[in-house]
Design a binder for this molecule. Structure first.
Ligand code: TXA
Ligand code: MG
Length: 353
């Protein structure tokens, strides 16, 4: 199958809409990451998403809408969700709702809830309006690869598997939406993203909990609140390790590990903040953006993970951010990409203490 890549325009939106109505897949830009869409109400079309991604069937999808009126056919609407929709839709917040029978099992992996969001990206909004369908869409990467933040990333993973990619430039947020569960009484963030815990608490006027597995691997006998948390994710082929501790110790540890791996004949590099690029210049550093702007790190992270794979790195050492605000979303993705391999760089090297 030939995969067309077209800029968002009246013509490409018409083509995308007719493909979607006929049960085909279309990749499209959103403000978070690119999505791989199908008509949410056509089970056969939705099964195509799982096949194209190589995604396990028990990992449910997010349904995208452009108008709140579309909710009525899909789910019950708890009162607690109203202020959140007022404050954050359209935007990078996904809410879980008690589902109605119209939503096919294949979308929700048989769960009683359906995840829904209204994207703010003009290309996504235009597509949703043009086709008038609720669109089920996971991130448009092959399962296990970093989520795509450009049309080129989508093409690298989906060439020959889907007929059309709408190119809307690079995604503004760069990490997937915040997923919030309100269906069990007290609100719980299942996946952190651009809408932070603080922002949600301000609107709800009550504490918002974090799912346990956000900053650590899921225990062997623990059930995932969000099935996606079970799977290895965003995993580069290189062995990625995170290095934490006092800044000076971290930089020294990263440099020494990288150079010693190279002496063993390995390809090794580092991911560091802009402010540390010069200090780590011998280690082929990749720029994670400024230490003081976690939004910049969020925006670059998936691209950087793809680049280290293209470079054929064996080992990669990365700095970390405080897990607060957008830093929590960054550390969730980085932690999982590293399978939570965290090195502590606290002590001074021998002879210096
Ligand atoms: O920003 C985003 O959310 C992007 C764009 C394309 O909208 N989409 C995205 O979809 O990241 P995906 O499929 O890669 O991630 C969806 C996450 C998964 O972790 C999944 O397990 C969870 O949402 N999820 C979906 N439905 C759920 C449900 N009913 N209950 C719990 N978790 C659910
Ligand atoms: Mg995904």
């Amino acid at each position: 199958m030939e995969t067309k890549v077209l800029p968002v325009s009246k013509d490409s939106l018409a083509l995308a809409s007719s493909l979607l109505r006929d049960g085909n897949l279309v990749a499209f830009p959103t403000e978070t990451v690119y999505g791989l869409g199908a008509d949410a109400l056509q089970p056969e079309a939705v099964r195509g998403i799982f096949a194209a991604k190589g995604r396990p069937a028990d990992n449910p999808l997010i349904v995208h809408i452009s108008d709140r009126a579309q909710l009525t056919d899909l789910c019950e609407i708890p009162d607690a969700s109203l202020p959140l929709m007022d404050a954050f839709w359209p935007g990078p917040l996904t809410l879980l709702f008690p589902r109605k029978k119209t939503v096919p099992d294949v979308v929700t992996a048989g769960l009683k809830t359906v995840a829904i969001r209204m994207p703010s990206h003009p290309g996504a909004a235009a597509l949703l309006r043009a086709c008038g369908l609720p669109i089920a869409a996971p991130s448009a990467n092959r399962s296990g690869r970093p989520s795509p933040t450009t049309a080129a990333h989508v093409l690298a993973d989906m060439r020959g598997r889907i007929p059309l990619i709408l190119d809307g430039g690079s995604c503004q947020v760069g990490l997937e939406s915040t997923v919030l569960d309100l269906t069990h009484g007290k609100p719980v963030i299942l996946r952190p993203g651009g809408i932070t815990q603080d922002m949600l608490e301000k609107v709800l006027g009550c504490p918002v909990a974090l799912a346990g597995s956000i900053l650590r691997p899921l225990g062997e006998h623990e059930t995932a609140l969000s099935p996606g948390m079970r799977y290895k994710h965003y995993a580069p082929q290189a062995l990625l390790s995170l290095v934490q501790g006092e800044e000076e110790n971290v930089l020294r540890e990263m440099r020494s590990r990288c150079l010693s791996d190279r002496e063993k004949g390995l390809h090794s590099c580092v991911l560091c903040f802009h402010e540390h690029m010069e200090t780590l210049r011998e280690c082929s550093p990749h720029d994670l953006g400024s230490l003081s702007r976690p939004e910049e790190t969020a925006n670059r992270l998936f691209d950087v993970l793809r680049v280290v794979d293209e470079e054929g790195m064996d080992t990669v050492y990365s700095e970390v951010l405080p897990p607060k605000g957008m830093g929590l979303a960054v550390m969730n993705r980085l932690g999982r990409a590293a399978a939570f391999r965290i090195l502590q760089a606290d002590s001074a090297p021998p002879g210096e203490s």
